[in-house]
Ligand binder design. Structure first.
Ligand code: HEM
Ligand SMILES: *[C@@H]1O[C@H](CO)[C@@H](O)[C@H](O)[C@H]1NC(C)=O
Ligand SMILES: *[C@@H]1O[C@H](CO)[C@@H](O)[C@H](O)[C@H]1NC(C)=O
Ligand SMILES: *[C@@H]1O[C@H](CO)[C@@H](O)[C@H](O)[C@H]1NC(C)=O
Ligand SMILES: *[C@@H]1O[C@H](CO)[C@@H](O)[C@H](O)[C@H]1NC(C)=O
Ligand SMILES: *[C@@H]1O[C@H](CO)[C@@H](O)[C@H](O)[C@H]1NC(C)=O
Length: 526
């Protein structure tokens, strides 16, 4: 498989960086999940942490999904042992065995990990990446700093060893615990304060720390860490330093469980004083510590570089062979651009004969990200009737795209946006009604000579990990031409509603393409 190398992009240039080279399926998917947050074509998961005071698990007050996501991410990571490289952010908190431990008391973990749709796991995005991303979205959407997000976390196959700190433990034990997780004492003070700017302690799981409150505005009896418990801000520090804090782990009635008090005071208040004096220092320290927390993974896991938004990004590009033509579907996203009716966006495509086609694209919608800080404008490859995809001559095909936006050529510094038209779904695919089955036809471009063509069946294993099963398609015994440029490889499937992609190995590189809508195809001729 191709090994991509990406340059390091720092957070300072977020929003303007060139990022990686498109296409790169995994990075494309992670980038989309991270930056297409609201509006057109957006990742739906942000609705789990927006608005910041929403709590969708019961009509209760005093709690927030955002706080649950951040706490879940920490408890998942806190099993890490920096010496032997075990544990870390690997979504092992999804296992009932881990959730049942005393160190993971409360329903926050099942809310976040077991709720259908809360984790948008795909072949490119693991449960662990999805968990880390939700924590990032929660922090960023609720007043926090931008967090450098990397992908590539791998889901654990079984629970990790225990290791989450608990409030009744002593300071030495907490220092040792954070050291085992890879954090110094100063970083421990920071990370606890950064986390405890959200949420609080509930009576139900912690009856010895919090009493029943009898407060109609706080029906879950949560004693909050600071007075702004759905917002990222340094109030957790200012209230602590001024001595007015109601933090139940500082001012709790039982000093044994006042772990924040012991931790915050453990350096003579130096760190907390600096947070209290400067919201900027608090935010930048938390941005670093949260990123490190999320990037604490079992040894051997290779994270991607920090994912920054591509300035110009093709999306959902899909080709279908329909007789003599290729239908080209897709969208292009222009980062950091608003709606402008006077803007012209033209797409150019190079074909195999040296020709260059062009089409003016129609505005499709706007998306936004990072609590509205960035917006993006989307244009669609559909022809101007708004309905049909672009029709390309199959023999000429398509090798790459580029765009002209407001008179400026956007072609990834001369590389173009490579399009693979060597194999694709063919509209000759058909269904058999009873018993329901079908034939998937893959059109393979003459001269391309793939080593293998296969279906990729996307399934889930017994522990919620996505598995891609490759089902080889036998080469046709005799060529089955559709047109002068393409011939068909076919495979019969018994479950046409299963989630398939089409894969091919060409010159040692594996490519994958989606099947848009096999259901609805014509019946196979008998
Ligand atoms: C010695 C270390 C820590 C101890 C003893 C501790 C203890 C606690 C306790 C007892 C709760 C109440 C949970 C509930 O009632 O459901 C809590 C909540 C929370 N903790 Fe920590 N914590 C520690 C470190 C951290 C860290 C490092 C983070 C994140 C960076 C974090 C984030 C949170 C959040 C966001 C909540 C609120 C959850 C909610 O309101 O649903 N904690 N913590
Ligand atoms: C961390 O791993 C090391 C090396 O295997 C081991 O000696 C140590 O006991 C582990 N720490 C904890 C707290 O399990
Ligand atoms: C304080 O908390 C500790 C640990 O939970 C508990 O063992 C102890 O009984 C509590 N003390 C009081 C006075 O409630
Ligand atoms: C830290 O500040 C708090 C609040 O002002 C104070 O009560 C406490 O004594 C201080 N701790 C240390 C170790 O200075
Ligand atoms: C688009 O194609 C037409 C012919 O099909 C050509 O006249 C025109 O110059 C092209 N425009 C651009 C921007 O390349
Ligand atoms: C093309 O337009 C149709 C009808 O408006 C729409 O359903 C489809 O999603 C569009 N395709 C793309 C790639 O935007």
């Amino acid at each position: 498989m191709r090994c991509y190398h990406f340059s390091l992009v720092t957070l300072a240039v977020l929003g303007t960086a060139l990022g990686y080279v498109w296409p790169s399926p995994k990075l494309d998917a992670l980038e989309a999940a991270r930056f297409n947050q609201e509006g057109f074509n957006a990742n739906p998961v942000v609705s789990f942490v927006q608005p910041c005071d929403s709590f969708i698990f019961g009509d209760s007050t005093g709690r927030s999904n955002a706080a649950d996501w951040i706490r879940t991410a920490y408890h998942d990571m806190a099993t890490h042992n920096v010496t032997d490289g075990t544990g870390g952010l690997d979504a092992s908190i999804r296992f009932a065995e881990e959730q049942a431990r005393a160190e993971n008391v409360g329903d926050g973990f099942s809310n976040t990990m077991d709720t259908a749709g809360a984790l948008q796991v795909t072949r490119y995005i693991s449960n662990a990446d999805s968990l880390a991303l939700l924590a990032v979205l929660a922090i960023e959407s609720c007043g926090g700093p931008e967090i450098a997000f990397r992908g590539g976390r791998i889901d654990a196959g079984r629970p990790n060893a225990p290791g989450v700190p608990e409030p009744q433990q002593g300071l030495d034990s907490h220092i040792a615990s954070f050291a085992r997780q890879g954090f110094t004492q100063t970083e421990m003070i920071g990370l606890v304060a950064c986390g405890h700017t959200f949420g609080g302690v509930q009576h139900d799981p912690f009856p010895d720390i919090v009493n029943v409150l009898n407060d109609p505005t706080d029906t879950e009896d949560v004693a909050h860490f600071d007075s702004t418990f759905v917002t990222f801000d340094n109030d957790v520090a200012t209230e602590y330093i001024s001595g007015t804090t109601q933090n139940p782990l500082v001012a709790g009635f039982n000093d044994t469980t006042n772990s924040d008090k012991r931790i915050f005071g453990s350096d003579g208040n130096t760190t907390m004083s600096s947070f209290s004096a400067s919201p900027e220092i608090f935010a930048s320290t938390c941005a670093d510590l949260f990123a490190r927390m999320l990037d604490t993974v079992p040894s051997g896991v290779q994270l991607t570089d920090v994912i920054s938004p591509l300035p110009v990004k093709p999306s959902e590009v899909n080709l279908i062979l329909a007789g003599d033509i290729i239908q080209l579907f897709g969208l292009v996203r222009l980062w950091n651009m608003g709606d402008d009716p006077t803007r012209t966006v033209t797409m150019l495509w190079k074909d195999h004969f040296g020709g260059i086609g062009n089409a003016t694209l129609e505005f499709a919608g706007l998306s936004s990200s990072t609590a509205g800080k960035y917006s993006a404008a989307w244009y669609n490859f559909n022809a101007t009737d708004g309905v049909s995809p672009l029709y390309l001559d199959a023999a000429a095909g398509v090798k790459s795209l580029s765009f002209v936006v407001e008179g400026e050529l956007q072609d990834q510094n001369g590389l173009g946006f490579a399009i693979q038209d060597g194999f694709k779904f063919s509209q000759t695919s058909c269904q058999i009604e009873a018993p329901l089955s079908g034939r998937i036809d893959v059109a393979v471009r003459n001269g391309v000579n793939p080593t293998r063509v296969y279906l990729e069946q996307i399934t889930t294993d017994s522990v919620q990990r996505i598995v891609v099963v490759e089902i080889d398609i036998s080469p046709p015994t005799e060529p089955v031409p559709v047109n002068p440029a393409y011939s068909i490889w076919s495979i019969n499937v018994i479950d046409p509603s299963a989630n398939y992609d089409i894969g091919a190995e060409i010159d040692g590189i594996k490519y994958s393409t989606t099947i848009n809508s096999f259901i609805g195809f014509p019946l196979c001729p008998t």
